[in-house]
Write a protein that binds this ligand. Structure first.
Ligand SMILES: [Zn+2]
Length: 83
């Protein structure tokens, strides 16, 4: 039971670390080649637009959260130094 709880707690942490270290993953549609086949002809992958990499879902969520946070917070006033 304790192992299951630790595993449940560690899974999102591991995914967060993965998103931090490696924010991009290979495109699933073209398997990282940038090209895919449609009706017998090879075309540029429409999902990754030939770039072969995609941003991970967790990283996209983090970026959206950061954008919202920055839009909703005021800039800190410059610190006044007393001399
Ligand atoms: Zn692709």
């Amino acid at each position: 039971m304790l192992t299951a709880c630790l595993l449940l707690a560690a899974t999102p942490l591991c995914y967060w670390l993965l998103c931090l270290v490696q924010p991009f993953r290979k495109c699933r549609r073209c398997a990282g080649t940038g090209k895919t086949e449609r009706r017998g002809s090879i075309i540029v992958c429409p999902r990754c637009r030939g770039e072969r990499w995609q941003l991970r879902r967790g990283r996209r969520l983090h970026n959206a959260w950061r954008r919202i946070h920055e839009a909703g917070t005021r800039e800190r006033p410059a610190r006044a130094y007393r001399n």
